[in-house]
Design a protein around this ligand. Structure first.
Ligand code: BGC
Length: 248
């Protein structure tokens, strides 16, 4: 199936048409800066501009960096605080001229794509996908089936919200060396593995491009691999949701 996937991130709104049987992207990726403030209306305008740039008609999958249940956005850790309570499906479908719209959490989308086409393909058991970016997103799978809306980025680790210390933006904010940041990520992984005992961690987010600098420094009992779809994962997962209606 051909579906448009759109990934709404802290810095860019990115979209592409995806062959959901192969995971391949079929057009030029369109990226527009995320508006600031990233209010629902401003994001909807940007998403609409990405759709128009693709001259695409059909079901659209859209990610948000928040918990999404029954189309409603519930949290706003790294997006404008006016999102909680917003009916995101209604907002986007009205703005898009009522094309069918599916909205899901960004990490859940990235996880779906990694499990089907990337580092998790064929992996059974408990797989925990973590995206280390502006925040920390999580997607938990058992035998390939997603348990949606886990928010492991907000676990309390040594008295702190985990993503405030172990996200990639925490590394940048604190100007931390790879070694120092890897220590924090290790501590975080140890807390997660003691809670859900995964068989595999898949680590994604933009920083997975430079995995050789920090992944070998990590210390956890669980097997760790790097995400393979890099910055395409959210787009591909969003398109998969539009093809399969897996949006929670
Ligand atoms: C949000 C998650 C999101 C993650 C990555 C966290 O702060 O709570 O919903 O998946 O950031 O964007």
């Amino acid at each position: 199936m051909r579906r448009l996937g759109i990934d709404v991130g802290g810095t860019g709104v990115k979209g592409n048409v995806v062959d959901t049987e192969t995971g391949e992207t079929l057009a030029e990726r369109v990226r527009i800066e995320t508006p600031h403030p990233a209010t629902p209306e401003a994001v909807a305008d940007t998403v609409a501009a990405v759709v128009e740039a693709h001259s695409y008609e059909g079901p659209i999958g859209i990610t948000l960096p928040s918990v999404v249940k029954d189309g409603i956005a519930h949290t706003a850790a790294n997006i404008d605080t006016t999102w909680p309570g917003t009916d995101a499906v209604r907002l986007f479908s009205e703005r898009m001229g009522r094309q069918p719209v599916f909205v899901l959490n960004d990490a859940d989308a990235a996880g779906l794509a990694e499990m089907r086409f990337g580092a998790g393909a064929g992996r059974r058991g408990v797989v925990c996908v973590l995206t280390l970016g502006t925040g920390i997103g999580s997607a938990l799978f058992h035998d390939g089936v997603l348990l949606p809306s886990t928010e492991f980025g907000h676990l309390e680790v040594d008295g702190h919200d985990a993503e405030s210390r172990a996200s990639y933006s925490a590394k940048e904010r604190g100007d931390l060396s790879w070694e120092k940041w890897a220590k924090r990520v290790s501590r975080y992984l140890q807390v997660v593995e003691n809670l859900v005992w995964p068989d595999l961690f898949i680590l994604g987010g933009g920083v997975s491009k430079r995995a050789h600098k920090w992944v070998p420094l990590l210390d956890a009992r669980t097997e760790i691999v790097t995400a393979q779809l890099l910055n395409q994962a959210g787009i591909v997962g969003a398109a998969m949701a539009a093809a399969e209606d897996t949006s929670p």
